[in-house]
Design a binder for this molecule. Structure first.
Ligand code: NI
Length: 171
């Protein structure tokens, strides 16, 4: 994997609809992927990123914890073990859909399990914004974008915003 490939894929790229495969080897390649992901996330000033967004179909996500000094977190094979019944709606953006935002309803609290880069098991109880970020990134691993969680009306508006942003960027 080369640095040249660390470009964030955007709406229309078929890879964003694919199901990512579980991590099986906790090796240098995985560490390198996590590094490329965090670099891309920081470069684009995002709060989270899934490997899918770099075109790599591996179940790996990174995020910066907004309530803990923006500490970088990495989770392989993340799985939501439990989620609260209470949900909240908030506006979400996505580096793969620049220029657009969508109101998404998600559980307020989740218990998420996964592995660190050494293959050690991790369980995290998350709430609020960070719970939302992690759910958004897990959606990417399942080929789901914020547009797939929008009402048809919102989806149309978001697509329009995305197209306008993309056209402006190409001028
Ligand atoms: Ni996203």
């Amino acid at each position: 994997m080369d640095r040249a490939f660390a470009e964030i894929r955007t709406l229309g790229d078929p890879v964003l609809k694919e199901q990512a495969k579980p991590v099986v080897s906790f090796d240098d390649r995985l560490v390198r992927l996590a590094t490329l992901m965090s670099e891309a996330m920081d470069r684009e000033e995002g709060v989270g990123l899934a490997a899918t967004q770099l075109g790599v179909l591996t179940r790996l996500i990174v995020w910066r914890h907004p309530d803990e000094d923006d500490v970088l977190r990495v989770l392989a094979n993340p799985e939501i073990v439990e989620q609260s019944e209470s949900c909240s709606v908030a506006s979400e953006g996505c580096l793969s859909v620049p220029g657009a935002s969508v109101e998404v309803s998600r559980p307020d609290e989740i218990l998420v399990a996964g592995f660190d880069l050494n293959g050690g098991m991790i369980e995290l109880l998350l709430q609020g914004l960070v719970a939302r970020i992690v759910q958004h990134e897990i959606d990417h691993l399942d080929g789901r974008l914020i547009l797939d969680r929008a009402t048809p009306e919102e989806r149309r508006r978001a697509m329009k915003d995305f197209r306008e942003r993309t056209a402006a960027a190409q001028q």
